[in-house]
Design a protein around this ligand. Structure first.
Ligand SMILES: C[S@@+](CC[C@H](N)C(=O)[O-])C[C@H]1O[C@@H](n2cnc3c(N)ncnc32)[C@H](O)[C@@H]1O
Length: 190
């Protein structure tokens, strides 16, 4: 297992450098249609980097971060409310959030379908889901997948068309954009 609980300072220092500009822009594009003051939850937030990027796109959002690793959450910005929990058992009432973000986290989940059911439950009707992950059929994506499996991570990597099928099964309409081995999902609960 990757010891995320001890790696918060590394993610805080280096993660911003490895997020490409076009991924940050796709996040801004995703957030742009949300209503004023929308509630947004970053799952597998680590240090809350997607919350930081989101706040730079829109100052009015209510940002919350959820991660099982306290050692990551303690680096989240002060304007972000944090929750120590797992995606598979979200500690929230139903239909609470307008949008949910998953950045480089989908492949770390132990039970992806359970997490997607939970995400669907806590999203409002018409709520939005943003995912950024790696395509294991591209060679760099496959190296990342093998590396993570070697380190004992779940390695739940999906091809874009595979995650589309799973999300549609749980009532999302899905749009995917591919950038080499990286891809983003913009989904809407219908
Ligand atoms: C590669 S880090 C990504 C962190 C951050 N989103 C980023 O882009 O820098 C993956 C994160 O997923 C978290 N994680 C692992 N299993 C999880 C689970 N079952 N539910 C929620 N988060 C999980 C880890 O603790 C870690 O912080």
């Amino acid at each position: 297992m990757i010891p995320f609980n001890r790696l918060g300072w590394i993610f805080k220092a280096f993660a911003p450098m490895i997020y490409p500009t076009y991924i940050r822009q796709s996040l801004c594009d995703f957030l742009q249609p949300l209503k004023k003051g929308a509630k947004v939850l970053d799952i597998g937030s680590g240090t809350g980097i997607l919350c930081e990027f989101s706040a730079r796109c829109r100052e009015d959002l209510q940002l919350e971060a959820l991660d099982p690793a306290r050692g990551m959450l303690k680096y989240a910005p002060s304007y972000v409310k944090t929750h120590e929990a797992y995606a598979e058992a979200l500690p929230f009432e139903s239909t609470l959030f307008d949008a949910i973000l998953l950045g480089e986290t989908l492949h770390h989940l132990n039970d992806v379908e359970k997490a997607i059911q939970e995400i669907r439950r806590v999203l409002r009707p018409d709520g939005r889901l943003y995912i950024y992950d790696f395509d294991p059929t591209e060679w760099i994506g496959n190296i990342i997948r093998k590396g993570e499996l070697f380190l004992g991570e779940p390695g739940n990597f999906f091809k874009p068309e595979e995650i589309k099928v799973v999300l549609e099964k749980y009532g999302f309409s899905v749009e995917i954009k591919q950038y080499g081995y990286r891809y983003t999902v913009s989904a809407r609960a219908v």
